[in-house]
Design a protein around this ligand. Sequence first.
Ligand SMILES: Nc1nc2c(ncn2[C@@H]2O[C@H](COP(=O)(O)OP(=O)(O)OP(=O)(O)O)[C@@H](O)[C@H]2O)c(=O)[nH]1
Length: 444
Amino acid sequence: MVKEVLIACVGKPSAGKSSFLNSDLIRVFSVTDAIAKVGNYPFTTIKPNQGVAYLPIDCPCKRFGKETQCKPRHGSCVDGVRHVPVQMLDVAGLVPGASEGQGLGNQFLDDLRHANALIHVVDVSGTTDASGKVTQGYDPINDIDWLRSEIRSWILNNLLKRWPAIARRHMATKSTAIDTLQTQFSGYGSTFSVVAKFMDKLAIKDPLETWDDAMVGRVVDGFLDERFPTVVALNKIDMADADKNITKIMRKYDPNTLVLTSALAEAFLREMHKKGYINYKEGTDIVDTKDDLPDSNLKPLDDKLRTRIEKVQDLVLYRYGSTGVHDVLKRAVEMLGVIPAYPVKSLANFSSGTGINKGGAFRDCILIWPGTTVREFARIVHPEIDKYYLYAETVGGIKLAEDAVITEENNIISFKTSQNLSQTSSENNPVTGGADKKSASNKK
Ligand SMILES: Nc1nc2c(ncn2[C@@H]2O[C@H](COP(=O)(O)OP(=O)(O)OP(=O)(O)O)[C@@H](O)[C@H]2O)c(=O)[nH]1
């Protein structure tokens, strides 16, 4: 199955989801905005509630001293930090009882089916209740557990309703448990390998036709872990009470799934940077003002602005190292194990041929799923490369076997073909050129 990376952002009302998605850093635009403001993403099938976020990664141009020649076709690259477009889905309608149709209920859950990973924005300050109303002392652990339990109830209820028939059919067709479960889970965006992986971990010995409701529940839990990796953005860390809630949450959940954020601080710092009051380096605690750099072109701060900036530094930057917004998308992509791969025509200068932009280095960066082989990547890059495939090489002229798995060590690849594909003016060919709208698609 060919599948692009799609991350869904969810959160109860007032958790800070809009602030988060609209922070300039994540740069999620509506499709119209994206075309107007950026026009710089490869996706062709964006729907109204989809946007584009830009994943910050270390670009190989820095390693090879090609920063000035680096010319990404999509996204951007500044001083070796590349921003690669990733599709984001803004999933609205998370309210208690979504699995029973409350709020946008089914629509909400239906949207999630398309996502590969979830970002769950949680108000960690405890100042909004389950439905987003202002309160004091609310326990944000409820929200973390609640998203999972809504998705679980939705899938489990659907499954249990039909379980006797599923078990009968399973026996009649003499299917394996993996086959039967994949038939049931395919509607939730599952694949055979997802089912095989979680069943392997669960190591259930009993035959499927003997499973009781509790066992089916265990299977749904195993499926959820594999199918919906979730990063929890603990937002509003700048507020009082956030600290004690963070400590509690850190003790209960895997810290690798948690990122501490202040979407408000990020939005403020970005705005001050844009207006010329500060130099702010995204993802860090570095903020320079006119007081720090008297000879710079920065605008002088009045007392009010100076106090606000100092507050953000004290409450967020010096305490936590950054606003955290930068890390959330990164963490979600890391959980998926997706890696960037760079098809180039020349391994000498990393260009994609000649002509406008093609002479620039590392023009294309395609996010690929773990386990993708060299030959599969050739197919992803362009069917013509697959058709006329001779061999593939990576840096240093090292030949790569067709079935070699692509890793961070061999992800700069030049394909040699029996036909000169620069003659075939295919628009979609990242190696031969064309200002196309090719999606960074690959298999899963
Ligand atoms: N102190 C603080 N306030 C924040 C932060 N992020 C968002 N807020 C505030 O929280 C309120 C709700 O933020 P939104 O971004 O509108 O929340 P939402 O989840 O999109 O809410 P809905 O649109 O109702 O779904 C706003 O007043 C924001 O300014 C943060 O990190 N710190």
